[in-house]
Design a protein around this ligand. Structure first.
Ligand code: DX5
Ligand code: ZN
Length: 215
């Protein structure tokens, strides 16, 4: 069953807590936290103090997606903020494997995110260190962009590799996800769909989430 991770980038920042509460009641499986530093991506969002202040719900993981340069400089504050997963971009750090180990040692699920132009083979020697791979299906920085069609093939290829190597890694896809491509993505092998505008841009969150869950 595909999990849905609403991205609070598209939530209302003046009532974040209430929006999270509503989306959890509507059936969200995890909450996706888009952290942007204005350097790695052309946008700035929020950091550890905001994440720390957000409400927590049993069984609903806090899923941090770090779009920041040199995440190793701030990793401890994100770990201290209390999240369940952390995705770091392969393009953002030099000693990726060390960072992943540090995340795992803190009891948090380590994940790596790839920009649309980054090849899958950058994961070849770190797959064993991962619980999840986040494939960006738009260039990161903003919500509401259009899904890049080449991602579907990338998902299929990654899924084949994971199965062939007998690993239990989840695939997350992020950007331009909407009811019209959710089924295609699930068939390609996605485990977790991140959705910002397709959830928070709708009046009825419950309806929005159920439309994203492939029947
Ligand atoms: C983009 C972010 C995404 C974004 C998705 O940089 O990583 O999580 O919020 O937004 P939608 O679903 O609107 O494309
Ligand atoms: Zn994201």
């Amino acid at each position: 069953m595909v999990k849905i991770a609403p991205s609070i980038l598209s939530a209302s920042f003046e009532k974040l807590g209430a929006d999270i509460d509503e989306v959890v009641k509507a059936g969200a499986d995890m909450i996706h936290l888009d952290v942007m530093d204005g350097v790695f991506v052309p946008n700035i969002t929020f950091g550890p103090p905001v994440i720390k202040s957000l409400p927590r719900y049993d069984g609903v993981e806090m899923d941090a997606h770090l779009m920041i340069t040199h995440p190793e400089n701030n990793i401890q504050s994100f770990l201290d903020a209390g999240v369940d997963r952390i995705s770091v971009h392969v393009e953002s750090t030099i000693h990726l494997q060390r960072l992943l180990q540090q995340i795992r040692a803190a009891g948090v699920k380590p994940a790596v995110a790839l920009n649309p132009s980054t090849p899958l083979h950058s994961l070849d020697w770190i797959l064993e260190d991962l619980d999840m791979v986040l494939l960006m299906s738009v260039n990161p920085g903003f919500g509401g962009q259009k899904y890049i069609p080449a991602t579907t093939k990338k998902i299929e290829t990654l899924k084949e590799t994971i199965v062939k190597r007998g690993l239990g890694i989840e695939i997350q896809v992020d950007g331009g996800v909407y009811p019209g491509n959710a089924h295609e993505l699930a068939s390609a092998g996605v485990d977790i769909l991140v959705a910002g505008s397709a959830v928070f841009g709708r009046e009825d969150y419950k309806q929005a989430i159920s439309e994203l869950k492939p029947k």
